[in-house]
Write a protein that binds this ligand. Structure first.
Ligand code: FES
Length: 142
């Protein structure tokens, strides 16, 4: 075997053997990017809208339907859930007096942390982290 042929053969072998590693590195980088993207804060409304009633329902937000409860005065205690009842999909409503979410369709109740308090629903509401930044209300997956 000539020296040049040997070098070409070894070089081709190195490229071929490192290809799966390069592909894996690229694909895991993509996974991290997608994961990081889903962890980003998303705007779901304005502080003015939240402060009007102490509730902000964003049915078509970037994370889907979200109900944020609270006001800018107590921004540290904002509550955010997906308001879609886990029983049959009605939209739950916040009850400030009892500090929970009630479904108008079959009367299921959910605690402020989304956990079921009263059946027929059996699964918790999905919850989000919520914060205020400037004039925006933001949420991200908890
Ligand atoms: S849809 Fe909510 S309790 Fe049935």
């Amino acid at each position: 075997m000539k020296r040049r042929d040997f070098i070409n053969w070894v070089g081709l072998g190195l490229v071929a053997s490192s290809l799966p590693i390069a592909i894996a590195a690229c694909s895991s980088e993509t996974d991290i990017s997608a994961s990081a993207r889903s962890q980003e804060w998303k705007k779901v409304g304005t502080v003015a809208d939240l402060d009007k009633t102490g509730q902000l329902l964003a049915e078509n937000s970037p994370v889907g339907a979200v109900l944020v409860v609270g006001t800018s005065k107590n921004a540290a205690s904002l509550i955010a859930v997906n308001p879609t009842c886990t029983h049959k999909g009605c939209t739950v409503a916040w009850q400030a007096k009892t500090n929970n979410f009630i479904c108008p369709c079959h009367d299921a109740a959910f605690a402020a942390d989304g956990k079921v308090q009263k059946k027929p629903a059996e699964k918790s509401l999905r919850t989000y982290l919520a914060k205020i930044e400037g004039n925006d209300v933001l949420v991200k997956t908890a």
